[in-house]
Design a binder for this molecule. Structure first.
Ligand SMILES: CSC[C@H]1O[C@@H](n2cnc3c(O)ncnc32)[C@H](O)[C@@H]1O
Ligand code: ZN
Length: 438
């Protein structure tokens, strides 16, 4: 039988309900699940045998969910900055990927990214990159939860040469990961401008059969609509609609080019929007109208995008930016309050991934994906309002302890299952290779 543990933080922030903060409560973990959340004064009577772990000064929050990542691109952090999307991709990123991307690159990049994400309180990421089997193995080693994208793009790469090969390799990865408790898959078509109608049709059918999401860069920057009208005679949303892709299965990343009619349509279709504010600002792609989508009831989750366009994988920074940008863009200081930003980085991410029955909030029966954040810190003092400090003032460096499925993966700010020195060494080696190439 697994040990019963009681975590005793200063505050519990369950996220569901959205604004709740519990003082003097314990979170009980048995095996991989949350057994109970109870007042500390009832602990002795209700669970006399529980092993207690005090977390003084800490807020216990659900693990953060990075809803859009390209983890292996951590090795390309700072490789090509201050460029617009298409020049960034075509003149820098794709040539570097053609030259370097293979299993070794993806292993080293995924290790670096997973280390950064776990240390920053992210317990689950929705990835979108080549060699997802390699990223999956790294996630398993680190004890992290992940949704692995099965990439589809009309470019030959070291992962696959043809559309058929993208599908066959993706299906193999999906099969091979079925027994992994912390992993699942999604189709990851790159973007409407790099995926054919036939590939979209095929993945729609397969995604339904396999019951997995479709994770797509969509309406990221302004050339995309004109390009689609020229090539397909249709706005990208009309094209995707005809192909049967506008549904709750669709996870649309970016969405900076929306009219009010488009927003109504996205809301009606039940599409989730994966908002990446730092990447959108850095590439000057545009701004996702989060406040207006939120009013329409669209499920909005938050992602960092890859470190090549962000340039960090820090979900605390991303939450803060999502809250601030929504206010600046809408002219409404009430848009995306702190608690909403935290929901977007947790339960909304879980909902987008179809995992909201399991993760995204601190509730009885859910997986114990938990983060203890130290708020007794200069940067977050005084704690007038816990959620406000978490979103507007906190840094990822205040993350002290992290559990995924009840297993501690960060303790006292140190990774438990990855060797940071080895990761630093191999990152330096990759830096030398990439620098020579540029
Ligand atoms: C098959 S998906 C991986 C593919 O996507 C590229 N990529 C990374 N970030 C973005 C972005 O924000 N917009 C479009 N494409 C992006 C990455 O370099 C891979 O080639
Ligand atoms: Zn992306």
């Amino acid at each position: 039988m697994s040990e019963l543990r009681a975590l005793l933080p200063e505050w519990v922030v369950p996220v569901c309900p959205e604004n709740e903060v519990l003082d003097g409560h314990a979170v009980l973990i048995e095996g991989d699940r949350i057994l109970d959340v109870i007042a500390v004064d009832q602990l002795d009577e209700a669970y006399p045998g529980a092993v207690r772990q005090a977390l003084p000064g800490c807020a216990l929050i659900p693990g953060l969910i990075n809803a859009h990542a390209h983890s292996a691109m951590a090795l390309m952090r700072g490789l090509a900055d201050d460029l617009p999307l298409m020049r960034w991709l075509q003149d820098h990123i794709w040539p570097a990927e053609q030259r370097w991307v293979g299993p070794d690159f993806v292993r080293a990049g995924s290790e670096l990214a997973i280390a950064e994400m776990l240390l920053g309180g992210t317990t689950c990421f929705n990835d979108n990159y080549f060699f997802p089997d390699v990223t999956a193995a790294t996630a398993v080693q680190a004890g992290m939860r992940a949704v692995l994208g099965l990439p589809v793009i009309s470019l030959p790469t070291a992962w696959a040469q043809t559309e058929d090969e993208y599908f066959s390799r993706g299906l193999e990865v999906h099969q091979s990961l079925r027994s992994e408790a912390l992993l699942s898959t999604a189709f990851a078509p790159h973007a409407p401008y790099t995926v054919s109608d036939s590939a979209f049709r095929r993945m729609r059918e397969l995604a339904e059969e396999m019951d997995i999401p479709i994770h797509l860069h969509l309406l990221e920057a302004d050339g995309e609509i004109e390009g689609s009208k020229k090539e397909h005679g249709l706005h990208p949303l009309d094209r995707l609609d005809r192909l049967g892709l506008l549904s709750p299965r669709l996870l649309a990343v970016h969405m900076t080019q929306l009219t009010p009619t488009d927003m109504d349509r996205v809301a009606r279709a039940g599409v989730s929007v994966l908002h990446c504010p730092a990447s959108n600002l850095k590439l000057a792609s545009g701004i996702c109208p989060v406040a207006e989508l939120d009013k329409r009831g669209v499920n909005i989750a938050i992602g960092t995008d890859g470190a090549a366009s962000n340039n960090t994988l820090d979900m605390f920074a991303e939450m803060r930016l999502a809250a601030l940008l929504a206010k600046g863009a809408s002219g409404d200081p009430e848009a995306v309050p702190a608690a909403r930003a935290l929901s977007m980085a947790t339960i909304h991410g879980a909902r987008a991934l179809g995992l909201d029955g399991e993760i995204g909030s601190i509730e009885k029966g859910k997986q114990a994906d938990l983060v203890a954040v130290q708020l007794d810190h200069l940067q977050t003092a005084p704690v007038h309002h816990v959620i406000s400090q978490l979103v507007y003032a906190c840094s990822s460096r205040q993350v002290e302890q992290v559990w995924v499925a009840g297993r501690q993966v960060v303790a006292g700010g140190e990774l438990q299952h990855l060797d940071m020195e080895r990761i630093a060494r191999q990152t330096r080696e990759w830096h030398r290779r990439l620098a020579d190439f540029e």
